[in-house]
Design a protein around this ligand. Structure first.
Ligand code: APR
Length: 167
């Protein structure tokens, strides 16, 4: 089941939350900052040790002080206008996140922020369309997939995309 939640991803009681990380995996602002602040300083030590990683890839660490047991750190592309493989890289960031979740063996519920759709500048409508397409591909492998929006406008975009019949 794919659900939409509007609010702070760090509060979600799911097995894994996905972080919109930087290649260095060293923490940052936005959702990355919120996740690191809530998880505590152990998280930056654990994640930085696994970096740097390529855009479009993802690694998994414990969630430390978060309600979620795991954090999957995925690196989405920086938007450069759309002709530098951004869509494929964003799709890959979602795909590799699902791979990490399945590889953990105990992840039945997972929540995603809108990767790349903040500081990295990816247009929200297109980012949401890609996110939902990949989520649908993996829907049957999980009990819950949560599309976490931080504002109502993005929540509406997810709801609209989910109401459209898959192509
Ligand atoms: N919970 C859920 N979503 C959030 C939260 C939160 N606590 N905080 C921000 N968001 C939303 C933003 O509104 C945006 O829609 O997450 C989406 C992704 O935005 P960013 O966090 O800016 O991520 P991104 O665009 O992928 O940029 C990644 O930003 O913080 C740095 O280290 C990070 O360099 C990396 C870059």
């Amino acid at each position: 089941m794919i659900e939409v939640f509007v609010g702070d991803i760090t509060e979600l009681e799911v097995d894994a939350i996905v972080n919109a990380a930087s290649r260095a995996l060293a923490g940052g602002g936005g959702v990355d900052g919120a996740i690191h602040a809530a998880a505590g300083p152990e998280l930056v030590r654990a994640s930085r040790a696994l970096g740097p990683i390529e855009t479009g890839s993802a690694v998994i660490t414990p969630g430390f002080r978060l309600p979620a047991r795991h954090v999957i750190h995925a690196v989405g592309p920086i938007w450069h206008g759309g002709r530098q493989g951004e869509a494929e890289l964003l799709e890959r960031a979602y795909e590799t996140s699902f791979e990490r979740a399945l590889g953990a063996g105990d992840v039945r519920s997972i929540a995603f922020p809108a990767i790349s759709a903040g500081v990295y500048g990816y247009p929200k409508e297109s980012a949401v369309e890609i996110a939902v397409r990949v989520m649908r591909r993996h829907e049957k492998e999980f009990r819950r997939i949560v599309a976490c929006a931080f504002d109502e406008r993005t929540g509406t975009l997810y709801r609209r995309e989910l109401s459209v019949r898959p192509k």
